[in-house]
Structure formats: C-alpha cells, structure tokens
Ligand binder design. Structure first.
Ligand SMILES: C[S@@+](CC[C@H](N)C(=O)[O-])C[C@H]1O[C@@H](n2cnc3c(N)ncnc32)[C@H](O)[C@@H]1O
Length: 228
C-alpha cells in the first residue's frame, strides 16, 4: 500500500473508490478484500505517471490524508479524482480539502459534476496567475501544491503560486511540458536543467526530477520542497 487508499498490484495502480460504483473516466473497478478500487491510469494522469516512475518511496508524492491542498490546472478531473480518493475518502470522512483551479469552463463543468458526490473537492474557475480572484479560498498556506497548466511561463506561475500558498518545507510538484516553454533549440535535457536551476535560485530544493517517458513523453515532474 502507498497510502490507506492507494495500492500497487503488480504494475497496476489503484485507489479506493470514494464514490462507490462510479467510474470517473472509464477506468475499471475491482474489489480487493471486499473494498472497491478504481484503476489509476498513469497515461492519463501525470501524478499517476510520477508515482509509477519515481525512484524514491512512491508515497512521498502524495499529500497527507485529510489535509488541504492546491491543484492548479485540474483539467477534467482525472488525477483529481484519485487524489480525492486518498485525501478525503467516502463522504470526506478524512476532512480533506482539494482546491482545484482551472480556467476552462468545460473542465469546470466536469469538476463541478465530480464535486457533487465528492465532498471536499472545491472546483474553481480561475487563472493560476490571478491569485486575488480565488486566493480567499486558501486563508492558510498548504503543505502540498501540484501544478499542471501546460502553458508558457509555467515555471514562473509555479514559483509565484508556491510563494503565496505553499508553506516553507511544503512539497511542490511541477509537471513541465517541454513544448510549452519558449524553445531555444538546445534540446530537452538542457531546458529541464535550466528549469531546475531556476527553481533552486528561487528557494526550492529539487528532490527529484521524474521523466514521465512512456506515459507522457517530453514531460518531467519536478518534486520540490520549499526551503525559503
Ligand atoms: C494538461 S491539462 C491538466 C490535466 C490534469 N492535471 C490531469 O492530470 O488530470 C492542463 C490544464 O491546465 C489548464 N490551464 C492552462 N493554463 C491555466 C492557467 N493559467 N490557470 C488555470 N488553468 C490553466 C487548462 O485549461 C487544462 O485543463
């Protein structure tokens, strides 16, 4: 088990379904010891891909159950749904809070639908760069922040969001898509190396940079800790 709700069986990742009987994106459901789990597809979820590819303890990528977290670039809720399984559980028994921000109205439609049966999930129609519009939802800093906005300037967006919302010593996960950055023609590894330098210069320790190759090509998941 990676957490009370997330388990690896062979090469397959599963999370205990907080909304029994319901699949979110067509994933399979299966019973383990009388408890229903949903298959977590790492090729549809960068958090899932990171968990599969990390060389460290897989549970280090998950937030503390029952805590409040911030997720920027929530999409249609694929990763969000599994994260919610872990963070909140059925009927939000664990008292978690998952603030999920996306600027696309069609994503918000899906997230709002998901939130109806998943208390603790807080969908926000907003821009990750415009903290003043939604920051009121997070009166206290969090210990876990995930960003997957796949747009140019994503590193600066991440740094600013962490400075505002992430506690010192908190974990910040940045999913970086090479093609979204200004391309200088020097190759992906150089680009990823420069991003790592930029993160360090801005007060982050980069604990691991996980290549998601095979699940999401040209993507790296930076696992950082805010140190100042
Ligand atoms: C690759 S998708 C996210 C997929 C999702 N993280 C998952 O694993 O299920 C990127 C999302 O970022 C959103 N996005 C892009 N720029 C954004 C911004 N500035 N603020 C908030 N969301 C943004 C897009 O609307 C899109 O839904």
């Amino acid at each position: 088990m990676l957490s009370w709700a997330v388990r690896l069986e062979g090469r397959a990742l599963w999370s205990e379904n907080a909304d029994a009987g319901v699949a979110v994106y067509g994933e399979s459901l299966r019973n383990f010891g009388g408890t229903e789990y949903r298959r977590w597809d790492p090729s549809r979820s960068k958090l899932g891909a990171g968990i599969m590819r990390t060389k460290r303890d897989k549970s280090l990528l998950l937030p503390e159950e029952g805590s409040t977290v911030l997720y920027l670039g929530a999409g249609h809720g694929t990763s969000i749904s599994h994260l919610h399984d872990h963070l909140c559980g059925a009927d939000n028994d664990l008292g978690g809070r998952l603030v999920a921000v996306d600027l696309a109205p069609r994503c918000l439609r899906d997230l709002t639908h998901l939130a109806k049966t998943r208390p603790g999930l807080v969908p926000v129609l907003g821009d990750a760069r415009k903290h003043s519009a939604w920051g009121v939802l997070l009166p206290r800093k969090v210990n876990w922040l995930f960003q997957d906005v796949a747009q140019s300037g994503q590193v600066e967006i991440f740094i600013k969001a962490c400075q505002r919302f992430l506690n010192v010593d908190g974990v910040g996960l940045l999913s970086l898509k090479a093609a979204s950055e200004r391309w200088t023609g020097e190759g992906e590894d150089v680009l990823f190396g420069k991003v790592e330098e930029q993160l360090v210069e801005n007060g982050f320790a980069v604990e691991e940079s996980i290549k998601l190759t095979g699940y999401e090509d040209n993507h790296v998941l930076f696992v950082t800790r805010r140190v100042e």
